[in-house]
Design a protein around this ligand. Structure first.
Ligand code: FAD
Ligand code: NAG
Ligand code: NAG
Ligand code: NAG
Length: 519
């Protein structure tokens, strides 16, 4: 009986909240704390340029995209708190945006018609490196490139295990785990978060891990963005690296044995244990590209390669030795050896072609015959499609944040397909046909039950939330996609959500649903 009454109250309270949702009251509320020049309404002449400023995928800038009521470009924590409080009070949800690279655009668009505001954190982006403690506080809106630049200019021996692309936001990156070329040595990005500041669903600032629910601190380190609150700053443990590291880019064609070389590469990931060496593989058309980062000098890399991977045929002439910071610029700017470290600070987005990605994990080597089939049946039949493979192993299994793809994972696959013309034209149909075809074909090689997927490579085709009659996302709808991203950690994430945001204020199409007590 008590529960029925509670549920009834819950229902009516939510209906009450929504029926009184008015945009004007929300905007009025914001104006009490936030200067009007930081709030861009649709009527503002700058609205589209601000909306577009960090968007990576032009698919979500068409005239059918559901756009925000306004964009709040917060310049400090009080603005974040005001946005949450006003949003709560007037029934307007927030989409939090840091680097704007979300693959489905969920940080700035809604799939269904909905009144919402974008809370853009790109102005909040200071980085404070403490070289003597090997830590850094980084504000939520900084990019990976800004973080790398601040670290590398503070000390040539410090580094952070981040991703390759410098314009990715640290907050989305860490919220989804964050994989990269140094995780085999130091763990994924989220494994190296040691403190955080977060604004919760009540608009209160929790300003350190000491005053934070320990499960909440666990959840924000890889349990997905948007779900638990607005992270406003992260404290990171930095890694010690050699003053000189080595990068190598090599390409082999099928005629040069690409399939066999990729098959050999698979067998090296878990054994022998060489965590200083990461070779990321990109396969496209009839080529394989081997992008190597070695945390040491060329001479040691070549000894390692001769002992374990002579098939790749790496020579001294292939090596480029440089500082870690320069290596990040080299890798981030597509192998441009002249890229100055300052290029890492460039936040200008490149609204290029349309793109759709999907992901998989491999725990059993595919082998030479398997790779020959993938090249023959799929890659060499469609030029614009490619696969990027990031080796795991090394230190990846040593940590326990929500990223679940650890012990026994050989590598992660990202399928990428680009197309031009129109968002939904014939080129789009060809691209999506190819992507569906290879994703289906790969089923025989990749993980199953669940077919694991990477949260940072968000893909709404694997499932999306359903909101129940009580106005709250259903746990069952979240399980469909959530167990692919988080496996056994999904339920614990939902339980944390149930404690910190039971009313499901912070949500999007793939946010963690609240698992409430008694269910
Ligand atoms: C070119 C490119 C290269 C990439 N390379 C890698 C890679 O090497 N490794 C890897 O792991 N990933 C990589 N990614 C994926 C990337 O990590 C994710 O897309 C990530 O979510 C982007 O973070 P963002 O801050 O830029 O995105 P946003 O679009 O701003 O945010 C992503 C999600 O996090 C939420 N969010 C953002 N800020 C906050 C906050 N402060 N508090 C709470 N929630 C927040 C958003 O609401 C949204 O749901 C790459 C993406 C691109 C486009
Ligand atoms: C949207 O844009 C397309 C072309 O880009 C145009 O044909 C269509 O009329 C537009 N629709 C609306 C509602 O403006
Ligand atoms: C897909 O991956 C490619 C390569 O990493 C990246 O450039 C692109 O931005 C990603 N897709 C989306 C939708 O962002
Ligand atoms: C910054 O990046 C953009 C997009 O990639 C590029 O067009 C521009 O030239 C870059 N600016 C500088 C100063 O390098």
């Amino acid at each position: 009986m008590a529960r029925i009454l509670l549920t009834l109250c819950f229902l009516s309270c939510n209906v009450f909240l929504r029926s009184f949702a008015t945009s004007d009251d929300f905007l009025q509320c914001l104006s009490q704390t936030i200067p009007s020049e930081l709030v861009y309404q649709q009527s503002s002449s700058s609205f589209m340029s601000v909306l577009q400023s960090s968007v990576q995928n032009p698919k979500y800038l068409t005239n059918t995209t559901v756009r925000p009521l306004c964009i709040v470009t917060a310049s400090g924590i009080p603005h974040v708190q005001a946005a949450v409080r006003c949003g709560r009070a007037h029934g307007v949800r927030l989409r939090v945006r840091s680097g704007g690279h979300d693959y489905e655009g969920l940080s700035y668009r809604s799939v269904q018609p909905e009144v919402f505001a974008v809370l853009d954190l790109s102005r909040v982006r200071a980085v404070d490196v403490r070289p003597f403690e090997a830590t850094a506080w980084v504000d939520a809106g900084a990019t990976l490139g800004e973080l790398y630049y601040a670290i590398g200019t503070a000390s040539p021996r410090l580094a952070f295990p981040g991703g390759a692309c410098p314009t990715v936001g640290v907050s989305g990156y860490l919220s989804g785990g964050g994989i990269g070329l140094m995780m085999r040595r130091f763990g994924i990005g989220a494994d190296n978060v040691i403190d955080a500041r977060i604004v919760n669903a009540g608009g209160e600032l929790i300003d350190s891990v000491a005053s934070m629910d320990q499960d909440l601190f666990w959840a924000i380190r890889g349990g997905g963005g948007e779900s638990f609150g607005v992270v406003v700053a992260w404290r990171l443990r930095l890694s010690m690296v050699e003053e000189t590291v080595t990068v190598v880019n090599l390409q082999r064609t099928l005629d040069e044995g690409a399939a066999a070389i990729v098959a050999k590469w698979e067998t090296l990931i878990l054994q022998p244990y060489v965590p200083d060496l990461t070779i990321r593989v990109v396969v496209q058309d009839n080529h394989a590209f081997f992008q190597t980062l070695f945390l040491g000098r060329c001479s040691r890399l070549l000894r390692t390669m001769r002992a374990y991977f002579p098939e790749l045929g790496m020579t001294p002439a292939d090596c480029r030795e440089m500082t870690w910071l320069r290596a990040m610029a080299f890798i981030g700017l597509n192998g441009d050896a002249n890229a100055p470290p300052e290029a890492l600070l460039n936040r200008t987005n490149n609204l290029g072609t349309y793109v759709k990605n999907k992901s998989d994990y491999v725990r059993r080597a595919i082998g030479r015959a398997g790779w020959e089939g993938i090249f023959r049946e799929h890659l060499s039949r469609y030029g614009p499609g490619l696969m990027i493979m990031e080796p795991h192993g090394g230190a990846v299994p040593n940590f326990a944040t929500p990223y679940p793809h650890r012990q026994g994972v050989l590598y992660n696959i990202q399928y990428v397909v680009f197309w031009g013309g129109e968002a939904d034209g014939t080129a789009a149909a060809a691209a999506s046909g190819w992507l569906g075809g290879i994703y289906g074909y790969m089923e025989q090689f990749v993980t199953s039950n669940p077919r694991e997927a990477f949260a940072n490579y968000r893909d709404l085709e694997i499932g999306a939330n359903v909101v129940g009659g009580d106005g709250v996302t259903t746990y069952e709808s979240g399980r469909v996609w959530g167990e692919k991203y988080f496996m056994g950690n999904f339920r614990r994430l939902a339980a944390v959500k149930g404690r910190v945001d039971p009313g499901d204020y912070f949500r999007n199409e793939q946010s963690i649903p609240p698992l409430r007590q008694g269910f």
